[in-house]
Ligand binder design. Structure first.
Ligand code: FES
Length: 124
């Protein structure tokens, strides 16, 4: 992976803190994933929403009734602000779900449609 992908698309760096006076950062392997069909880059194992944030994405879902945008709120898996559709599964808490190579992440509009449980995929 030579080409940089980040805020604004290809050719931009990820918006991450690289150095800190008292913290060391250890990242997983750099991988590509998809957000609403757009290819982005992140580090495997980091929360999906963190990878999106580093790419300039701040809105993860839209509320069902008022269609209001939602993004990070608690960032520890205790609310529903970061619900997104991940690999076809709605209502995934992206602040606590690790990023994997090739994941397809979509903005969730409303409550999301629950997929057919008999389609052979493993939902957890
Ligand atoms: S931001 Fe609260 S559960 Fe993810």
């Amino acid at each position: 992976m030579d080409e940089k992908v980040g805020p604004g698309g290809k050719g931009h760096e990820l918006a991450l803190i690289e150095e800190h006076p008292i913290l060391d950062f250890v990242h997983g392997e750099k991988v590509r994933f998809f957000f609403d069909g757009k290819e982005l880059e992140g580090f495997e194992g980091e929360p999906i929403s963190m990878a999106l944030h580093a790419n300039g994405v701040r809105i993860y879902r839209e509320t069902a009734e008022m269609h209001r945008p939602r993004g990070f709120f608690c960032a520890i898996g205790k609310c529903s602000s970061c619900f997104m559709i991940v690999d076809g599964v709605p209502n995934v808490r992206t602040c606590i779900t690790p990023l994997k190579a090739g994941m397809e992440v979509e903005t969730q509009h409303g409550k999301g449609n629950v997929p057919d449980s008999n389609d052979g995929r493993a939902y957890s």
